[in-house]
Design a protein around this ligand. Structure first.
Ligand code: ADP
Length: 558
């Protein structure tokens, strides 16, 4: 027997309609590429999104066609989020930090019809215009006064504000099928070509509900949300949609992601909740430490995309009374999978015990089912020790990549995340490695994530990356690369001594290499494959060069 409830599809446009009707007065503040601060309200957003939807129709964009953006976090990008998806087309957010070869590949693969871009990407657009065939036009996200003067293919260049001005705001958001595609995001692809993840209206709205919950990102109408995580990377972790759903004030940082600019914006707009990858917060924390400031309004920050080092969690919480919400997700998961928020019996934990929980990536939000499996595919127990490949399933998990004939990646209906993890009896998951980054020493796995976490707790260390280096006896041994504070005199052996007692003896890296910098990818993650290319033979070479007895000094496996 069927239920007798209304059949209302879950649509992206309904989030905007809700925000306009119930939170029309709420503010959206953006630092613009043009250099100034722009302010308006949700009702202005909704009105301009409808004008833009008419503009897209005038450009001949048909339902299902892809409309790309190369843009920072700002109100015009937000208008595109709703105008494009709301009118039935697919919003394709491009990552401008990728190499131009990859950006061109992605545009052609997605068959983008139009590319909207912020002025800071003009040089990239000029090169792209010569390379890509599928877009019929490029739209500069600015007004007439700031329009670039001469571009090779001037007839293909349009002005965003012209497009809005030329159309009125009478537009009815179409009643789409909730399973229609709404947006598209390519994974940064550390190996091989990037792969497209095609979200639906339904998956987006369900993800929005779940991600807003108190034990998830904990967002409400009383919040002032600063998404530092880019809108081109997995929809800024869903925050633009969440803000509409709950009616929070939104603050967009534009291109200025340095510590000083972020701090000024946080204080000026009284931000309560921010979200970003660890590398961004490093800059903010250094700035605030140098300047001797405090956070007068910020109470929570979501940190994810890469493991949040305990040193960062404790700095935020102890020095600034900003609670850290450690979260794990993936492009293929829209992205939120787990969030580390305490259970009732843990709320009284303090010191090391509290940080030990917060170093975990957290518990599954309702909608995401997860399990860890061994090499034979059998489930591994949730005892906080046993590790296995992490598999997930749920209504906002990708089942297949866009535009490929490859067989779907699913294993018996579960998506293999490529992460290796352990799960404790409370259901808290902790990543120990990417499956392609694991260190296998003498047949046993060593967690590079754990070693990095402990090394980053040393006050002189600003960044740590641990990789597997080949070893003639043990197959692989951990090699630790670190970046130290300017002026630091920390030596490798001092750091190794610091690790003693904090990690298992046989996990102790056989060597520490001090480096100037560690390569980061387009989404702020350490490019371990690049480090491996450079350092994979570190021990083999060292052992050959040193020969015989002195080899013992770098092999400390026990
Ligand atoms: P890509 O795989 O293309 O870099 P994603 O941004 O989708 O793009 O990355 C997802 C991966 O990032 C996860 O599978 C995991 O390895 C890593 N990751 C995300 N959040 C965390 C976290 N909190 N701790 C450790 N790793 C994380």
């Amino acid at each position: 027997m069927q239920g007798l409830m209304m059949q209302q599809p879950l649509l992206v446009a309904s989030l905007l309609m809700h925000a306009e009707r119930h939170h029309g007065e709420q503010e959206i503040v953006s630092r613009r590429v043009e250099g100034d601060i722009h302010r308006y309200r949700y009702r202005d957003l909704a009105q301009r999104a409808r004008r833009l939807a008419n503009g897209l129709a005038a450009l001949g964009i048909a339902p299902g066609e892809r409309v790309a953006t190369l843009a920072w976090n700002g109100y015009r990008h937000m208008e595109l989020y709703f105008a494009v998806s709301g009118s039935g087309a697919v919003l394709h957010t491009l990552n401008p930090r990728l190499h131009i070869d990859q950006v061109s590949y992605i545009i052609e693969h997605a068959e983008d019809r139009v590319v909207f871009f912020d002025l800071s990407f003009l040089p990239l657009i000029e090169s792209l215009m010569k390379r890509v065939k599928s877009p019929k036009c490029f739209v500069a996200m600015t007004d007439r006064a700031h329009m670039p003067k001469a571009l090779g293919h001037a007839d293909a260049l349009l002005c965003y504000e012209d497009l809005i001005d030329r159309h009125d705001d009478a537009f009815d958001w179409p009643m789409l099928d909730e399973n229609d595609a709404s947006s598209l995001c390519y994974t940064s692809g550390t190996t091989g070509n990037p792969k497209g993840v095609l979200y639906s209206h339904r998956s987006t709205v369900l993800h929005t509900y779940a991600a807003a919950l108190p034990d998830s990102l904990n967002c409400s109408a009383r919040d002032v949300i600063l998404p530092v995580v880019p809108m081109f990377h997995v929809n800024a972790w869903g925050l633009p949609y969440i803000a509409c759903m709950v009616g929070a004030k939104l603050v967009f940082p534009g291109p200025a992601l340095d510590g000083k600019s972020l701090y000024e914006l946080i204080e000026a707009e009284q931000v309560t909740l921010s979200a970003g990858v660890p590398t961004v917060w490093q800059g903010l924390l250094s700035h605030v430490a140098e300047r001797g400031g405090t956070f007068s309004s910020m109470r929570r920050t979501v940190i994810g995309g890469a493991a949040c080092p305990t040193a960062m969690t404790s700095k935020f919480q102890e020095c600034y009374q900003v609670e850290v919400l450690h979260a794990w997700g993936m492009t293929e998961l829209s992205p939120v999978g787990t969030v580390c928020s305490f259970k009732g019996h843990q709320s009284a934990l303090s010191g090391e015990h509290r940080y030990a929980v917060q170093a975990k990536q957290g518990r599954s939000v309702f909608g995401i089912d997860m399990k860890i499996v061994g090499p034979d595919g059998a489930e591994v127990p949730w005892d906080g020790h046993a590790t296995g490949d992490l598999l997930v399933r749920g209504p906002w998990v990708a089942r297949q990549y866009f535009g490929t004939d490859d067989p779907p990646p699913l294993q018996d209906g579960w998506f293999p995340t490529g992460d290796v993890a352990k799960i404790d009896a409370d259901g808290f998951m902790q990543i120990t490695d990417r499956s392609k980054d694991v260190i296998k020493s003498g047949g046993e796995w060593i967690s590079s994530a754990d070693i990095e976490n402990v090394a980053s707790r040393h006050p002189e260390v600003t960044m740590a990356a641990c990789i597997a280096a080949r070893h003639p006896k043990w197959d692989e041994r951990p090699l630790l690369l670190i970046v130290t504070r300017p002026g630091s005199t920390l030596t490798g052996s001092e750091l190794l001594a610091f690790l003693d007692g904090k990690i298992a003896k046989w996990w102790r890296p056989d060597a520490v290499v001090l480096v100037e910098s560690i390569p980061l990818g387009a989404t702020g993650k350490v490019l371990k494959h690049r480090l491996r290319e450079q350092y994979a033979n570190y021990y083999v070479t060292a052992l050959t060069e040193r020969s015989g007895s002195s080899a013992a000094s770098i092999t400390q496996h026990e």
